[in-house]
Design a protein around this ligand. Structure first.
Ligand SMILES: *Cc1c(COP(=O)(O)O)cnc(C)c1O
Length: 436
């Protein structure tokens, strides 16, 4: 890896152009137009394999990795997950439908969300989704009712709030007692929902789920969470005689967006977490449950890059410079939403020193439409230059909108030196497709 880049799939060539997955980003921009999402398929597969081999090493077949598909959901991603033997998380009929369209085996899907409507529940059962991750008692009753109607038994995991503060950004922290998600151990609600689940004839309680946050950088959060969950499982075995078969520890593995951030060692986090689980299972006298992890961001984030063309460059002496690009909060809402950090590079001027700073802004009619502030750029930056925003594979396309009636960019998949369209560019016709 070239020392100056944040991920090994990023390099530059003799022409001073940025390369992604070994391909010239400036040429890709010419070929497909901008704004443009690039995804490195080889990197996605490599990340799946890193997770899968880590669990295989310490748990054998008694484990699974579920890709949290809300990070990036479109048909080709489910085909890739299927071929990499991944489970998937889904959170809506839209994601279930997309996965089903590709023939993804939905018995290997976990259906999340804190508010599944009756229609969602019915649609998920139509599609034989393997596991419902149940957030609350009300939902449990709704699932029981629909399963009874169909004379089936639905497997469920209960979402438990372990009471962990993951010290990540509030909007992505979900493990505390006062979270919108799950039933807390501390308040006794986790035990109560377990009793309720066990009493429902058309529900098979398979185990527990928790997810404490996102962008986590050390093993500590996972080991502490596991310890709480295993003790809870042991407590439930003692008091209710029920022993969980599955323990799903959620996702949240951190990703490097900035040069100064650490690289997360997936394997070592998984090994140390499983180590704690195995030790506690022994001392608490419970059998080792099947362990599931649910990475989203860590599978796709650094496999992604967004490519823009520079338009207006505005220099306000002694204040700030603005570089406007042909995309914005419609393709990447994460800075506007929670000041997410990104690294941006001027893709056609990689050999020039970046001796000026600019706010890279979008084309939407909102002053909050910012991709990133204070980005180092070459002094010569001008209309027609190409800017790349790195690490945009997660929560960019999946959060994209048509604000200002701007069509969404295409996704071009890069694999072994080739490139192909996986999602077409939206057209103006598409923009009006639903209007009467
Ligand atoms: C969002 C989410 C994930 C994935 O989180 P990442 O930070 O993308 O790894 C996993 N599980 C659940 C329940 C989630 O809501």
């Amino acid at each position: 890896m070239e020392e100056r880049f944040i991920c090994e799939n990023i390099t530059s060539n003799n022409e001073g152009h940025l390369c992604f997955a070994g391909q010239d980003v400036v040429k890709l921009a010419e070929k497909y137009g901008t704004p443009l999402y690039l995804l490195d398929e080889d990197r996605i597969r490599e990340r799946c394999r890193t997770f899968n081999s880590a669990i295989l090493d310490c748990l054998g077949e008694n484990a699974a990795i579920a890709y949290a598909s809300k990070a990036s959901s479109f048909k080709e991603i489910y085909r890739i997950m299927k071929s990499e033997n991944m489970y998937v998380d889904v959170v809506s009929c839209g994601e279930i439908y997309t996965a089903a369209q590709t023939g993804f085996p939905l018995e290997n899907a976990l259906f999340h969300s804190n508010n599944k409507t009756d229609d969602d529940i019915s649609f998920a059962m139509d599609n034989n989704v393997g596991y419902f991750v149940v957030d609350n008692e009300e939902e449990l009753f709704a699932i029981q009712k629909e399963a009874l109607n169909r004379k089936t038994v639905q497997k469920v995991l209960l979402r438990i709030t372990p009471g962990i503060d993951s010290h990540t950004f509030a909007a992505v922290s979900t493990g505390k007692v006062n979270s919108k998600f799950g039933s807390a151990i501390e308040t006794g609600q986790a035990k109560r929902i377990t009793e309720t689940a066990l009493s429902q004839k058309n529900i098979k309680l398979s185990g527990y789920h928790c997810h404490v946050g996102s962008q986590l950088f050390d093993a500590d959060v996972f080991t502490r969470t596991s310890a709480i969950m295993i003790k809870f499982i042991a407590e439930i075995k003692k008091s209710l005689g029920y022993e969980a078969e599955i323990l799903d520890l959620g996702g949240g593995f951190g990703v490097k967006y900035l040069f100064e951030q650490p690289t997360v060692d997936i394997k070592s986090i998984i090994l140390s977490t499983v180590d704690v689980i195995k030790r506690l299972c022994k001392s608490e006298n419970i059998r080792l449950p099947k362990i599931i992890f649910e990475p989203g961001r860590a599978i796709v984030a650094d496999a992604g890059m967004t490519v823009y063309t520079v338009g207006t460059v505005k220099r306000i002496p002694n204040f700030i410079n603005f570089v406007s690009v042909d995309g914005g909060m419609t393709d990447n809402v994460r800075y506007a939403m929670y000041k997410a950090e990104y690294t941006l590079l001027t893709a056609n001027k990689m050999n020039e020193p970046c001796n000026m700073k600019a706010n890279i802004v979008g084309r939407c009619c909102e002053s909050g439409d910012i991709i990133q502030k204070n980005v180092p750029v070459p002094e010569s930056i001008q209309r027609g230059d190409i800017i790349a925003c790195l690490t945009t594979g997660a929560y960019n396309y999946s959060m994209a909108s048509n604000y200002n009636r701007i069509p969404r960019p295409p996704i071009v998949m890069l694999k072994g030196g080739d490139n192909r369209i996986s999602v077409k560019r939206e057209t103006l016709f598409d923009i009006c497709a639903l209007d009467i």
